[in-house]
Design a protein around this ligand. Structure first.
Ligand SMILES: Cc1cc2nc3c(=O)[nH]c(=O)nc-3n(C[C@H](O)[C@H](O)[C@H](O)COP(=O)(O)O)c2cc1C
Length: 377
């Protein structure tokens, strides 16, 4: 239905701005902010940088803001400067940031929980990102499903025994409990980009010969156990999973296995699935380009009923609208795009003919040619 506003702005009811439910969460549109590591924490504690970064994104008009990959244990950090949620100090530091944001924005906020496994103990990317050996000041011994390093020449991870698996699963649960106490509305379990839970899924990194390795059922066992435990700890709130749809390496994790995994997580009460790709193996060949991960999301969408999120080089308003309108995915996630243009959802709404939420302090800043664009938060 078309509705003419006070000026030339024509309302068109675009698919990108239709509301959607993710578990118990009501989202006002289909735009989510993907998790983005800032490598700026001290001993896992958030600080003013995170308030600036998350604060600007909280008033972007996107329907959901996802906090960066957050380590459930110190040895689960990708770098020494990752955010964590493993003790009272990290919880209260995150609490301070959230309290400030909450005072001014009611955007739903989720958190990505992660353990980096064999990809932990590295330098921050802008300083080169190399692995630190355990005897270096910013380094520690990494763990993984099997004693197989990510890249040649790296210090081998220790293969986790059953006590180690229990310790890490319990850490995910403890972080989920802290996330619930902080009032976070969604947990995204990080099973993508070559981190620990993905390392269990992929036959390239999982060489175990016990019940956690070998067949796809065995490789999925640990991520599913963690999901079930997190689901239980985060009762009444929404849980999603981010998974790599493929390793982009011959003989690795692929889209058929992803579809099987997606059905299994849905059966265990997962509320949405977010399809990214790659990150597990240095030999990956990724055909990077606009929409390059959309076919992976479309394949998963035909296997499950829960909402499917796509991500990766989505920059255009019509591009995003077409993905949702043609049913290739239910939501789009933005990372680089929304840092480059933190008002992307406003511009998309203006271009596509929708209304978008804006803070009351900004209502008078509505562009004259788009009168009727803003709804009050
Ligand atoms: C600065 C930066 C940090 C990122 N950190 C994370 C992260 O914490 N967790 C994650 O799953 N992906 C992370 N990613 C990947 C993004 O979430 C996203 O999947 C990817 O950048 C593709 O989307 P885009 O083309 O909109 O940037 C990061 C990307 C960037 C650019």
């Amino acid at each position: 239905m078309r509705r003419r506003c006070r000026t030339s702005f024509i309302m068109r009811n675009p698919a990108l701005f239709q509301p959607i439910h993710v578990g118990t969460l009501d989202l006002s549109n289909r735009i989510v902010i993907a998790p983005m590591c800032q490598y700026s924490a001290q001993n896992g504690c958030m600080n003013d940088w995170h308030l600036i970064h998350l604060g600007q994104l909280a008033i972007s008009g996107a329907a959901l803001l996802t906090i960066e990959a957050t380590a459930v244990l110190p040895d689960g950090r990708i770098t020494w400067a990752d955010v964590g949620l493993w003790n009272d100090e990290t919880e209260s530091a995150m609490g301070r940031v959230l309290e400030s944001i909450r005072r001014w924005s009611d955007v739903p906020i989720g958190i990505q929980l992660n353990h980096a496994g064999r990809k932990a103990s590295t330098e921050v990317p802008w300083a080169g990102g190399r692995q630190f050996a355990p005897n270096e000041s910013h380094g520690w011994q990494t763990v993984a499903p099997s004693a197989v390093p990510y890249a040649e020449g790296e210090v081998s991870p220790l293969a986790l025994d059953h006590d180690g698996l229990r310790r890490i699963r319990d850490a995910f649960v403890a972080s989920a409990t802290r996330a619930s106490r902080l009032g976070l509305e969604l947990i995204q379990l990080h099973c993508a980009h070559g981190y620990l839970l993905h390392q269990f899924l992929s036959p390239l990194s999982n060489r175990r010969d016990d019940e956690y390795g070998g067949s796809i059922e065995n490789r999925m066992r640990y991520p599913l156990e963690v999901l079930e435990a997190v689901r239980e700890a985060f009762r009444g709130k929404s849980v999603s999973v981010r998974v790599s749809g493929t390793d982009w390496v011959e003989g690795g994790w692929d889209i058929d296995q992803t579809c099987t995994f997606a059905k299994m997580v849905e059966d265990r009460g997962c509320d949405a699935i977010h399809i990214s790709s790659g990150g597990l193996h240095p030999a990956q060949q990724i055909p990077v380009g606009p929409n390059y991960q959309v076919p992976l999301a479309r394949a998963v969408k035909s296997a499950v009923r829960m909402p499917v999120v796509t991500v990766g080089l989505i920059t255009g308003f019509e591009q995003a609208e077409a993905i949702i309108a043609t049913g290739e995915a239910d939501m789009i996630a933005l990372a680089r795009t929304i840092v480059y243009d933190p008002r992307w959802p406003w511009h998309a709404a203006a271009e596509l003919g929708a209304r978008v939420r804006a803070p009351k302090q900004y209502l008078r800043t509505e562009p004259q040619r788009f009168q009727g664009l803003f709804e009050s938060e």
